[in-house]
Ligand binder design. Structure first.
Ligand SMILES: Cc1cc2nc3c(=O)[nH]c(=O)nc-3n(C[C@H](O)[C@H](O)[C@H](O)COP(=O)(O)OP(=O)(O)OC[C@H]3O[C@@H](n4cnc5c(N)ncnc54)[C@H](O)[C@@H]3O)c2cc1C
Length: 447
């Protein structure tokens, strides 16, 4: 591979292993510090990306794009990392709410620039565009759908080095595939997305010392309000100042007064921390958890479950969750979440987008991490996942599907689990646009 040829065309920065600045020492997911890409390219223009892709294909080297760096798949050993940090343009049509944006934006930057129009994104503001590329679910998705459900058009550099516009009429097969399997198809550069006006929302949080009884009551509260798409609630098991705690946090499209009333039964359970119902702009609400999850070696592991809305996660499974969460060392960062899903994504057919996971009403997700690389934490993530999964399976409550964006080295999601019955069609599109497999997605299509 003669990088001098590329240097003649490339206007951005190229960082080789021997160069100062090579690597990602400040990455949010410190796993990136362990990985040694062939080189890191920081393109300045669309033509830089095209040259890179042509160079990679000619030299038979894999390419991965990097946005917010939350995943373990944007920096790979021996591959070229394309760091999209210079691609941060945003334009909002104030009449229609259509947002045209580039893919180097962190989600908190996107939210800040589009307000009061917003795209459904995740619950952590320092996540990047990879979330939208892989599906995208957050506080506002029960009302407005997955991120990908709102995409109107995208521009992508494919393996032949060409820029392709894709939408429902132009390259419709590619358009369908990028709505969930985008990281496998090329380098996405720009999106047109329908945003929704969300002026103000109300949020609150209550916390208790961790116990099975409280987690169960909080989950029952989630279930009892499940039909109300204006309310989305997550129950977290976590560690605060060395203590195991459980937190319920909500986002509500309505007034503080109304949310306070809904929460009256939970206030009777004497929470020891009360964050009162506060009305605030959505851009702020989407970042409330940001400090809780700082830079570390993070392992993200989904335990999918296909609960019907009127049925709760069984009591004995909640017991397993609490019991096993208490095995996490109290000096590590850890979050086990019961995420409320369902709502608008469920109105859409599973094959409408490459991202198929529309059947859930609740998801259990483990986000375990530590300041140093720590095998005990990885093993604990894996074993806890297996224990909860077996517990759910006993009740016939386990779906085989797993959200591709939650892939991690602690639990490697197979393509069949990530894309379910959409996989053959995704593979066909991959074969058409990237037959030699230049791009490595966050889930390997061959596994
Ligand atoms: C703490 C935490 C909270 C999370 N919360 C949520 C949540 O609320 N909702 C949710 O849906 N998901 C959530 N996730 C999962 C999240 O969606 C994935 O981790 C996502 O892949 C992260 O995107 P990123 O841009 O930050 O990461 P990156 O590692 O930069 O990218 C992720 C993937 O996208 C690819 N990619 C990035 N940019 C491009 C591009 N321009 N073109 C093609 N491919 C590209 C990368 O190659 C990689 O495969 C969360 C993850 C974590 C760790």
């Amino acid at each position: 591979m003669n990088i001098e040829d590329l240097k003649k065309q490339f206007k951005g920065e190229l960082l080789l292993p021997e160069d100062k600045g090579y690597g990602f020492p400040d990455a949010w997911n410190l796993y990136a510090t362990k990985v040694k890409p062939a080189f890191i390219a920081i393109p300045k223009s669309l033509s830089d990306i095209q040259e890179l892709v042509k160079f990679a294909k000619a030299n038979n080297v894999h390419v991965t794009a990097r946005a917010g760096g939350h995943s373990m798949y944007s920096v790979r050993d021996g591959a070229i990392t394309v760091d999209m940090r210079n691609f941060k343009d945003v334009h909002v049509d104030q009449n229609t709410g259509i947002v045209t944006c580039q893919t180097g934006l962190l989600l908190k930057e996107l939210d800040a620039k589009t307000a009061p129009w917003h795209i459904p994104v995740g619950v952590i503001g320092h996540t990047g565009f990879g979330l939208i590329i892989g599906g995208g679910f957050g506080w506002t998705s029960r009302k407005y759908g997955f991120s990908v459900d709102n995409v109107i058009e995208a521009k992508i550099v494919t393996a032949d080095g060409q820029v392709k516009t894709c939408n429902k009429k132009e390259n419709p097969d590619l358009f369908w595939a990028i709505l969930g399997a985008g990281s496998n198809m090329g380098i996405l550069v720009e999106y047109k997305i329908q945003a929704h006006k969300m002026e103000k929302v109300t949020v609150n949080a209550l916390a208790w010392p961790l116990s099975k009884e409280i987690v169960e009551k909080l989950h029952h509260f989630q279930v009892s309000h499940h039909q109300d798409r204006d309310l989305t609630t997550y129950v977290f098991l976590t560690i605060d100042k060395g203590n195991y705690v459980t937190i319920i946090q909500s986002l509500y499209f309505g007034s503080a007064e109304e949310l306070k009333k809904m929460y009256e039964p939970l206030m009777q359970l004497s929470p020891n921390i009360v964050v009162p119902c506060l009305e605030m702009p959505l851009a702020k609400a989407n970042c409330l958890l940001d400090d809780k999850l700082g830079s570390a070696w993070w392992y993200l592991t989904p335990v999918s479950c296909g609960h019907e809305s009127d049925k709760c996660i069984p009591s004995d499974v909640i017991e397993l969750m609490v019991e096993n969460f208490k095995k996490v060392p109290t000096d590590s960062g850890a979050l086990m979440a019961i995420e409320q899903r369902g709502g608008k994504p469920k109105d859409v057919a599973m094959d409408a987008t490459a991202h198929p996971h529309r059947y859930h009403d609740f998801d259990i997700v483990l986000v375990y991490g530590s300041k140093e690389e720590n095998k005990t934490v990885v093993d604990l993530t894996r074993s806890t996942r297996e224990i909860i999964k077996e517990g759910l399976a006993k009740h016939g409550k386990l779906w085989k599907g797993l959200y591709n964006n939650m892939n991690s080295t602690a639990f490697n999601i197979r393509a069949e689990e990530a894309f379910l019955s959409n996989l053959p069609r995704i593979r066909q599109v991959k074969q058409k646009y990237d037959p030699t497999g230049v791009f490595l997605g966050n889930v390997d299509l061959n596994v």
